[in-house]
Design a protein around this ligand. Structure first.
Ligand SMILES: [Zn+2]
Length: 407
């Protein structure tokens, strides 16, 4: 049914670092200079474009790095790969900006990075500036840093990223050729859809609720944010509040990631193929199209709730979850398949009839075949049905009274 040829995958391992106070200051200095370089390179691009209408490429800027490192010893003291990576990041931000622009979105222009927004640097080639030795992380020009190992590393390390989080320094190893650990096949497939009130619904009607503690943490986060804005700029008390806020953020982020991993594992244990809707970020922020009613007017389409929906979609971090799910599936020898998202909540999963409904309508009621189903479950079934049709798998004729496809 599905080919089980995937023997390896990519995986990132993150471990906490235990730098000495001197090393910490050195790491801090590298970060500071990377941020300065990023902002300077951005400024250069902007002003050149304004003055002469010229777009500067990463390569043109990279060529200048050599001079920069020769002229400024503090940059000469930083491994060239780290600096190249800074320019690559800027380039990626630019590309994303123009891509979204041409997609008809309204992206924010690449912006200057403040002290709290730029918090990592990368060695793009393991063994060149960064390597492991006897359990220590050895960085060129900084030295041997102790690592608090939590698990062994599999595969081949490709890149090494050092990041500063609210509670200290971390190292991430991005590894390729990590051997997969296939989970037993179950012969089951399903579609999943993001729920309006719940985290997700499967085509079998199983529901995964949003973790409640996340709401609580979010309220605390809002409180911490308020505390920051109440305090005077530049004051020590404000700085303390900022640090507290960053810790809360980190806590929320970790809780969410943990929840995503657990949910993903639950799914890949149960199913061999999981169908999802391909994400179209442009659509999420658009107002829902008006739904005409029979009297020439418009049905309530939940436009006012759209803000709330956007919020919950962002909350749930659906995109991040799908990435984790895809990773986990690859690792377990299972598959995630994306299907085009149009009308998955409107179409009837029983007969295919399009039943238009606003966002506030929570139940799918088919006037054609009489199917009554939770809105999200109906969508999840459509996603599965569509995915299986695309793959040429016969539809679940037993559940759906559609004609089986591919027979
Ligand atoms: Zn129907």
């Amino acid at each position: 049914m599905s080919e089980q040829t995937v023997a390896t995958c990519r995986k990132t391992y993150q471990e906490k670092l235990k730098p000495t106070p001197i090393q910490e200051r050195q790491l801090e200095a590298v970060l500071w200079r990377c941020r300065t370089l990023y902002n300077t390179a951005l400024e250069q691009r902007i002003s050149l474009y304004r003055q002469r209408g010229v777009s500067l490429s990463r390569y043109a800027q990279e060529a200048e790095l050599k001079d920069l490192r020769a002229d400024l010893p503090e940059y000469g003291a930083i491994h060239s790969h780290i600096l190249q990576d800074v320019l690559t990041r800027l380039e990626k931000t630019y590309q994303a900006f123009f891509r979204r622009l041409s997609n008809g979105e309204k992206p924010g222009f690449p912006r200057f990075q403040g002290r709290n927004r730029y918090h990592s640097f990368t060695y793009k080639e393991y063994g060149n500036g960064a390597r492991l030795d006897n359990g220590y992380l050895v960085l060129s020009k900084i030295g041997r840093i102790a690592v608090r190992w939590s698990r062994p590393i599999d595969g081949t390390i490709k890149t090494v990223t050092i990041s500063k989080e609210a509670d200290g320094w971390y190292v991430s190893f991005s590894c390729a050729e990590v051997p997969v650990e296939p989970l037993p096949l179950t012969g089951n497939e399903t579609g999943i859809d993001v729920g309006l009130k719940v985290f997700l619904v499967t085509a079998d009607g199983d529901v995964v609720e949003n973790p409640r503690q996340y709401r609580k943490a979010e309220r605390e986060l809002a409180k911490a944010n308020k505390r920051v804005s109440r305090r005077k700029k530049g004051s020590g008390r404000r700085q303390k509040a900022v640090a507290q806020c960053a810790k809360k953020h980190q806590h929320v982020r970790r809780q969410r990631t943990d929840f995503h991993h657990k949910t993903a594992l639950m799914l890949v244990r149960q199913y061999d193929v999981i169908y999802v809707e391909a994400i179209q970020p442009a659509n999420l922020s658009r107002r829902p199209t008006p739904v005409p009613d029979e009297n020439g007017g418009y049905l309530h389409n939940g436009a006012s709730r759209k803000a709330g929906l956007n919020k919950s979609i962002h909350d749930a971090g659906w995109g991040r979850f799908l990435r984790i799910l895809a990773c986990k599936a690859a690792w377990a020898g299972k598959r995630v398949e994306a299907v085009p998202p149009a009308y998955t909540s409107q179409d009837c999963s029983g007969c295919g009839e399009r039943i238009q409904k606003g966002l506030s309508v929570r139940t799918h009621v088919c006037t054609n075949c009489g199917l009554v189903l939770d809105r999200d479950e109906n969508a999840a079934r459509n996603i599965q049905w569509r995915g299986q049709r695309l793959r040429g798998v016969p539809a679940l004729a037993g559940i759906l009274n559609r004609e089986p496809v591919g027979l």
